[in-house]
Design a binder for this molecule. Structure first.
Ligand SMILES: C[S@@+](CC[C@H](N)C(=O)[O-])C[C@H]1O[C@@H](n2cnc3c(N)ncnc32)[C@H](O)[C@@H]1O
Length: 238
């Protein structure tokens, strides 16, 4: 997958792209990330990219010319252009899976008060990483890329590990334990030590569901609805 990140701060990404699984995915050629600097597209002699908002108000707005030119410099008919914005569709696991199927993603990172609305004609969709406002879109791009790349075959090595993570099947993953068996007087649950894989799976699912119900009743409701639909479909099979 090719990913273009268009921002005012290409150097921001040097560190996050250079660690752990993201670094390996890049080294293995599974993803290629290009860092575009919006400023170099500015026609202004001082490379200015922002201006005051029409109608007044605080702050500055990213001007259309450099941003539109930056997008057009990388965009083709196969590209999906995403503006990272607090006003977008909220990023979740389902959206990450969908994005992971693309050949070319372009992430536009805004700054200041946001971008001139006329830039939106070059954008396919707006995506938000949560209901809060960041000072710029760079951190959101890192979050989105990290979350979606886990669903690209080869990135995690074993794609099954993503299938066991939270939000699969509308529930959280189970609690995990590792050595030692007793830590500060607290034992690993005995079921995990008995070698009975059926019992272990049952316990894990139960614990995942208990926490989902307690912490995220909205997701737990989706789990229950899914169960009703699955059972109804089973009844239909003669
Ligand atoms: C200060 S914000 C602009 C917020 C805008 N004035 C508003 O209230 O909707 C500057 C930039 O940060 C990025 N940003 C802020 N919050 C975000 C979020 N929750 N998800 C994704 N990007 C975000 C966007 O690229 C945005 O253009």
């Amino acid at each position: 997958m090719l990913i273009d990140i268009l921002s005012l701060f290409p150097e921001y990404f040097e560190s996050p792209l250079n660690f752990s699984i993201m670094k390996r995915a890049i080294e293995d050629g599974i993803i290629t990330i290009r860092l575009g600097d919006i400023r170099i597209f500015s026609h202004d002699k001082h490379k200015k990219v922002d201006d005051r908002p029409y109608g007044g108000g605080p702050g500055m707005v990213l001007a259309p010319q450099p941003v539109v030119d930056a997008i057009r410099s990388v965009k083709s008919e196969h590209s999906r252009v995403i503006y990272l914005s607090p006003q977008g569709k909220k990023l979740n696991a389902a959206l990450c899976k969908d994005l992971a199927k693309e050949k070319h993603l372009v992430f536009l990172c805004g700054h200041y008060e946001g971008i001139d609305e006329r830039i939106m004609k070059e954008v396919d969709e707006e995506i938000s990483i949560g209901d809060y406002v960041l000072t710029n879109g760079c951190a959101a791009a890192v979050v989105a890329i990290d979350a979606l790349m886990r669903f690209i075959p080869g990135v995690l090595g074993d794609l099954d590990s993503a299938k066991r993570d939270s939000f699969e099947e509308n529930m959280f993953a189970c609690p995990q334990y590792t050595r030692p068996e007793v830590f500060e007087g607290v034992c690993v649950p005995s079921v995990l030590l008995n070698g009975n894989h059926q019992e272990i799976e049952k316990w894990r699912k139960q614990k995942g569901l208990e926490k989902t119900k307690r912490v995220r009743p909205d997701i737990y409701t989706r789990y229950l609805l899914e169960q009703v639909i699955t059972n109804k479909n089973k009844e239909k099979v003669p």
